[in-house]
Each structure stands twice: as C-alpha cells, then as structure tokens.
Design a protein around this ligand. Structure first.
Ligand code: ADP
Length: 249
C-alpha cells in the first residue's frame, strides 16, 4: 500500500484567464519515504501540496492518502509552512498541547508523545518560552513538534526553512534528518533549493513550469545517515550538476 498515490491530477484555477497549474501529475510515495518536490517558483509545487493537504480540490484525477480519497484537511496529514503560525500568547508547551486538547484528548493521552516530540526537536529546555522569545529556527521546531504530536502519518512541508538564514537552515535540515530517522514518517518536502532536496530526500521529483508537470524522478544514490558534510562530496556534486542540467533543459 502506498502512503500517497496520485493519478492524472490536473488543476486549473478558474478566472478571466484560467491558470493551468498542474497537468497530468502521477506520483506514488511509499510509507516512510522522504520525497522532495523540486522546481522553480510558480511550477505548481504548493498547489500539489495543498491538494494533498485537502486545502484545494483537483480539477480532475485521483488522489489517495493511505488508500482513501482526500476530501478535506485531516490530522493524518500534518502541514508545516514557511512560518510556524504559533499562538503568540501560548508558551511552547501550550502551543504543542493545543491540537490534542482541541481534539478532546485528556492530558494523559497526549503528554508522553508531546514530551517525546519536544525532546527530539531539541525543545525540552524551552517549554515555558513564548514564541517571541524564540529564534526563527526554534519557532519552526515548535511547528514541527506540534504536527508530530498530532501523530500525522504524512508530513507535508512547504519550504519550511525558506525564511531562515543559511546557518540555521543547515542545522534545521540536520534536525529534520534526525527526526525522520527516529520516526520514519512519510515526508513530502517542497523546495526550490537543489542542495536541500539532495541532502534530505530518497526521491526527488523535478517539476517544470506552465503547466506544472513532473519532468523527472530521481533516486538519490547517497547513503544514510547523511550530514551536511555530504554536500561537499563528488557524488553529491555530480547529482547536483545533473539536476541543474535537467532544470535548464
Ligand atoms: P510554486 O509553489 O511552485 O511556486 P504555485 O503552486 O504556488 O507554485 O503556483 C502555480 C501556478 O498557479 C502559478 O502560476 C500561480 O500564480 C498559480 N496560482 C497559485 N494559486 C493560485 C490561486 N489561488 N488562484 C490563481 N492562480 C493561482
């Protein structure tokens, strides 16, 4: 059974001049797979992620998550955006506990998992901090811990590190790799950064623009566990050159 199965998905945004954002997208993601969706701005990456999240409806085609058609957003699909929209008046612990509380869970049902997710995202020492007291990278960690606490089987990440400075971005990429190694959650990660896609993913789908199509599927031949140092190896650079060539083409 695949975690995400997408068949002949088309999406056109209606309007005076309709925008054909996605054309005949086919894509299958296995449980526990880390997939990057890579392509230039405007090629339809966010549109595809929003369809899987249930925020938008496809014009045609089928889209299954765990063999069920996506009708609307649901807790089994956790979404992480570029900015973690945290409640500014709630501290780290309260932000992470908010979802399970609203879902009607008692503290004993979510406390252990929430503590574990805060631990693996390196936030255990910051439970009482308010978002305003945290750096951008730390706020993104809270956003990730919050989604993981809900127990989502699929993580949909839309340029989650796009607003961070280069140094913080690298450490967040390593953090995400270590979280994924521990939990093996299925991840679909949208990025326009080739290095980020190669470092993180098992499989990269390269998209081309207007209308957005899958141009190539690439299996990343770099062993795991990976670290930032892998980005300087010949294997990494030769794959990067190949992807650059395809994107130019
Ligand atoms: P990406 O994430 O790769 O930058 P998007 O999925 O955001 O690309 O956008 C794909 C195309 O669809 C773009 O041409 C964009 O302008 C258009 N688009 C995105 N959202 C809407 C919308 N709500 N209404 C009309 N056009 C949209």
């Amino acid at each position: 059974m695949s975690a995400i199965s997408i068949n002949k998905i088309n999406k056109t945004y209606p309007g005076v001049t309709p925008v054909r954002a996605l054309e005949d997208i086919d894509l299958t993601i296995n449980p526990g797979e880390f997939v990057a969706l890579l392509g230039p701005s405007g090629c339809g990456k966010s549109t595809l992620l929003n369809l899987i999240a249930g925020f938008e409806k496809a014009t045609s085609g089928t889209l299954l998550v765990n063999n069920k058609p996506v009708q609307k957003p649901g807790p089994e699909r956790g979404v992480v955006f570029q900015e973690a929209a945290l409640f500014p008046w709630l501290n780290v612990w309260e932000n992470v506990a908010f979802g399970p509380k609203v879902a009607g869970k008692s503290k004993s049902e979510y406390e252990d998992r929430a503590m574990e997710m805060l631990e693996i995202t390196g936030l255990s020492a910051f439970l009482k901090h308010l978002p305003v007291q945290l750096s951008g990278g730390m706020r993104q960690r809270v956003g990730i811990a919050r989604v993981l606490t809900l127990g989502s089987e699929v993580l949909l990440m839309d340029e989650p590190f796009g607003a961070l400075d280069a140094q913080t971005r690298l450490s967040m990429q390593e953090l995400l790799l270590s979280v994924w190694h521990k939990l093996r959650t299925t991840i679909l990660f949208v990025t326009h950064d080739i290095d980020e896609a190669i470092l993180l993913a098992d499989t990269i789908y390269v998209m081309s623009a207007r209308p957005g199509k899958i141009a190539t599927k690439i299996t990343v031949p770099i062993d795991r566990p990976r670290t930032i140092e892998d980005t300087t190896t010949e294997a990494f650079n030769s794959l990067k050159r190949e992807i650059l060539k395809q994107i130019r083409h």
